[in-house]
Design a protein around this ligand. Structure first.
Ligand SMILES: Cc1cc2nc3c(=O)[nH]c(=O)nc-3n(C[C@H](O)[C@H](O)[C@H](O)COP(=O)(O)OP(=O)(O)OC[C@H]3O[C@@H](n4cnc5c(N)ncnc54)[C@H](O)[C@@H]3O)c2cc1C
Length: 435
């Protein structure tokens, strides 16, 4: 099928694929891979295009999996749900409701597909919880040799820690089995606090709640702390009123914030006072709602993002260093810095592999050049042992990434075995994994 230009969400990557295929079944995925190989083209499945890196760029055959969505099987006893790989996360509340199940943890948005999100190591926050890939117990992969491979605790189990966070480098995920949990609610407490205090008490704050995170607006000394506590479904529900949600999440966080970003770009000197005002207008708010409504929000103002996973204890020093960097350079940064935590895991390319992790994410409005800020911030992150999120901007390559992942060589060996001719490669993968 002929194709037009594809752009990622943040508008920093684009490509016109040689052709786009919309397979409607696993067999059609296998056929699309065979047809691409016959034509000497590479293959790249895409999700929702929400990665900030070129990881989903498909100059050859772009596989759009929009027709592979939905629940394929449910193990009600073990709370396991097998999903077609192209299923968008925003469909999960409706799909899981009949079984009374939910994802154990989620990131900030639900626009992604399950396959796209797990392939780059998408995560939320919570010192006792891992990223999405840790919740995946089985996958089926369409491979470069024209076959399919089941990977689970019973079938090729040695490949699970490569395949559930595979950067799209090992094949095309056809289905994904998720270990869900009984549906639950979250009690959210959101309030501004002095940044210095949050940093001084970082270990207690990061580990003292089920899900803790905070946002820091550069040019202020205030952190917006968000503390979510897990509650059963039968606990009293106190959702935000429709008007309050619209005011906070639509009008303030999207519409007004969009104007503010445009204003800050036109007149950078206004950014510090605007940030101070934004932080003063930030509501103290408390509510209880079903988990997805609390974990995720809408993000309509486009931006570019870099996020590094750090040894958790490094977070306060990194934040102080970022504050100094911004002040020394006189930059005006309108977007907040987001700080989260995660549990260690064993997944080979997980940014939380083998260590208690703190995540620090920096952002720039999409109409501003992010590179100078991001490059210098990256030096700070790397000096503190950071690993970049695979789906967010960074400037590293395989030679600098390999030493930070004890199982990097094992991942490359699996890639060599499953995709020796690099059918699933693209420029980004050549850079971060080697050609
Ligand atoms: C506004 C916004 C908020 C975000 N919030 C968070 C957050 O809170 N936490 C976080 O960790 N990240 C976050 N991200 C990053 C995002 O979760 C990741 O980049 C994620 O990979 C995007 O999923 P996607 O479906 O858009 O995949 P894409 O970006 O389209 O693709 C990502 C990778 O998955 C591969 N892929 C897709 N489908 C398949 C398949 N079937 N088989 C094999 N490989 C496949 C692609 O080839 C590519 O390599 C955010 C991004 C944005 C834009």
């Amino acid at each position: 099928m002929s194709s037009t230009v594809w752009r990622n969400w943040s508008r920093i990557e684009s490509v016109t694929p040689a052709r786009v295929a919309y397979p409607g079944s696993p067999d059609e995925v296998v056929q699309a891979i065979a047809a691409a190989r016959a034509d000497g083209l590479r293959v790249k499945p895409i999700g929702a295009g929400h990665s900030f890196t070129g990881i989903a760029v498909a100059p050859g055959v772009q596989l759009d999996l929009r027709n592979l969505q939905g629940v394929l099987a449910v193990d009600e006893q073990r709370h396991r749900v097998k999903l077609a790989a192209g299923t968008h996360l925003y469909r999960l509340p409706e799909l899981l409701k009949p079984y009374g199940l939910a994802l154990q943890n989620m990131g900030d948005i639900d626009a992604q597909t399950i396959a796209g999100a797990t392939s780059t190591g998408t995560h939320g926050t919570g010192h006792a919880f891992g990223g999405l890939a840790t919740q995946i117990v089985a996958v089926t992969l369409a491979t470069a040799d024209g076959g399919t491979l089941e990977i689970s605790e019973n079938s090729n189990p040695e490949l699970l820690d490569a395949a559930r966070l595979g950067l799209g480098a090992l094949g095309v995920l056809l289905d994904i089995t998720v270990q869900c949990v009984p549906a639950f609610q979250l009690q959210a407490v959101e309030k501004p606090e002095p940044l210095a205090e949050v940093l001084a008490q970082w270990e207690q704050r990061g580990t003292g709640a089920d899900h803790f995170e905070f946002y820091w607006f550069p040019h202020t000394q205030t952190a917006l702390a968000k503390t979510n506590t897990r509650l059963p479904m039968d606990a009293p529900r106190k959702p935000l009123g429709g008007f309050q949600r619209w005011l906070d999440d639509d009008l303030m966080s999207n519409t007004v914030f969009n104007w503010v970003c445009h204003l800050g770009k036109a007149v950078p000197a206004l950014t510090p006072p605007i940030n101070r005002l934004a932080q003063r207008l930030t509501n103290n708010r408390e509510f209880t709602d079903v988990s997805t409504s609390v974990f995720t929000t809408k993000r309509e103002v486009r931006f570019r993002e870099m996020e590094y996973a750090l040894p958790r204890e490094e977070v306060p020093d990194v934040l102080r260093a970022l504050d100094r960097l911004i002040n020394q350079n006189g930059w005006r940064i309108s977007f907040p810095v987001e700080v989260r935590v995660a549990a260690p895991d064993d997944i080979w390319l997980s940014t939380a592999h083998g260590r208690e992790t703190g995540y620090v994410a920096i952002h720039r409005f999409f109409k501003e050049d992010p590179h100078t800020y991001f490059r210098l911030a990256e030096q700070i992150f790397r000096a503190h042992g950071g690993r970049p999120h695979w789906g967010k901007m960074h400037y590293q390559d395989a030679s600098t990434l390999a030493p930070t992942y004890p199982r990097f060589g094992d991942f490359l060996a699996v890639r060599d075995k499953l995709d020796p001719e690099r059918v699933f490669a693209n420029d980004y993968l050549d850079r971060v994994l080697g050609a």
